[in-house]
Design a protein around this ligand. Sequence first.
Ligand SMILES: Cc1cc2nc3c(=O)[nH]c(=O)nc-3n(C[C@H](O)[C@H](O)[C@H](O)COP(=O)(O)OP(=O)(O)OC[C@H]3O[C@@H](n4cnc5c(N)ncnc54)[C@H](O)[C@@H]3O)c2cc1C
Length: 550
Amino acid sequence: MSDSIDHTLRGSWTQSGAGSARLSAHAVRWLRQRTGIGAETTPAVPSSLVDVPESALPSAARADLVELLGQEHVLTEPAQRLGRAGGMSYSDLIRRRGGHDVAVPDGVAVPADPEQVQLVLELCVRHDLAVVAFGGGTSVVGGVGALRGDKVAVLVLDLARLSRLISVDPVAHVAVLQAGTRAPEAEELLAAHGFTLGHFPQSFERATIGGFAATRSAGQASSGYGRFESMVEGVRLATPAGEWRLGTAPASAAGPDLRQLAIGSEGTLGVITEVAVRVRPVPVETRYEAVVLDGWQAGAEAVRALAQSRALADVTRLSDEDESEVQFELSGAAKSRALRTLLRTRRIAEPCLLVLGWHAATRQELDERRERTFRALRRFRSVGLGRRVGESWRDNRFSGPRQRDTLLDLGACVETLETATYWSGISELRSSVRAALLRNLEVDGRRPVVMCHISHAYETGASLYFTVMGLRDGQDPLGQWDRAKRAATEAIADSEHATGRGTITHHHAVGTDHRPWLREEIGGLGVEVLAAVKRTVDPTGVLNPGKLIP
Ligand SMILES: Cc1cc2nc3c(=O)[nH]c(=O)nc-3n(C[C@H](O)[C@H](O)[C@H](O)COP(=O)(O)OP(=O)(O)OC[C@H]3O[C@@H](n4cnc5c(N)ncnc54)[C@H](O)[C@@H]3O)c2cc1C
């Protein structure tokens, strides 16, 4: 049995901190000067000091689970339960690092296949257990919090053993993967057949196929490969009311597309056991480069021009002035005399880094697409930094979570949030969210760095992804972030402009954290429709209580 997600998930992304990203002495000095981070270290308390309550799993339920799955696939030890106690948001990590207020599940069931998943759900209904579907546990919105609701106990249903490639159709370019397959394994399994999914979120190393579908995930190459929901051809879903299979053809006019009820349902309408995905041939040629533009406004205009003239690279990622500054400082590039001279002579006062990456089947296709991108950029006075910067971004693109562990040890408040809106309102929305974060995160007169980037661009608009890095309020770390997040989310919800407004989430999903704002986004009728579907597939409400549906 795969038990790779154990207590090591408790306070960090990395296993016991091993392999955490080291920051250079220059980076630590710069951060300390800019934000005050690093004056003292704040290590996590040892697991032995974390308060893990006794399991409330009724003995009859445990006996039935053991009979169904076998003793070794029903986990009730404190360390095993603690290993599935919540996701990877800053608040989750702070609670687990501090060892208090951690919602620990009463047990963990690890079924082997879709049939066993179905039987576990039926067992949960019989014993009145809440059940939380758990993929990689990388939710950053409270999606896997072990909430009991009005049930007698809460069981985590860990999908780690559903990790097989079921089939590949090399003609249609469709593969069926089990839901618990982690992204790196999925890529490896598909590569053996010459295919890739092309889904590379920053949580790639841990997140699963079912988790991607359940949260409408978007990867770093979404401009080329599309968001995860655009890759989903079909879904197999276990529900308390029976199994549901959705998706039979590449397109259909047979009423509303019910696959969309499973996609983004965050474990509240069923447990996804298999996903049929569109795959593409592994690219033969790839190329990454970087350019800088002068200021956010010019950068955003340039990305809009790329999107609206269909000249986006597969990876198109624009950092604002603050994020570019942090990237240059933490990578050491800021010390480069050549870079400083280049920016000065080309009169770039406020460098904004734009990373571009193309994946193609042939050299000719890559050259043509690259040429198209640069033709569209011509009128924006972009300055090329070459391949080294672009390829270094690609090589380090999954290091963010490890760097976060190091920053947490250094006493930082470090977290992200995201939204999306139409181009007509994008800069205003960025300004209002930035202002809300800056206003609410200041500690002892020290302001945080608030960074923003666009990494998912559409013809009509784009996502905005914010990262904050500042001094943690040692007295009230959870309250500090809670106030800032609330103010930022209010700014998003209030951001009405001529065409629309910001969404409470572009790809992190709703979970517990965005739930209070869902009604405002989809309307009271929208909430009623979701609740009615839930009553049909989950009449007693065992599936992931307290998440998504207000
Ligand atoms: C450092 C970091 C970087 C991230 N970067 C990105 C990013 O670039 N893009 C992005 O989109 N997201 C990102 N995320 C968020 C997160 O990785 C995604 O939400 C991801 O899609 C969740 O996958 P998972 O397997 O970890 O799901 P989990 O965290 O285990 O679960 C997430 C939600 O889905 C439900 N769920 C999980 N599996 C199933 C299933 N089989 N059936 C039904 N429901 C299920 C859970 O109950 C929960 O509500 C990031 C998170 C972290 C910590």
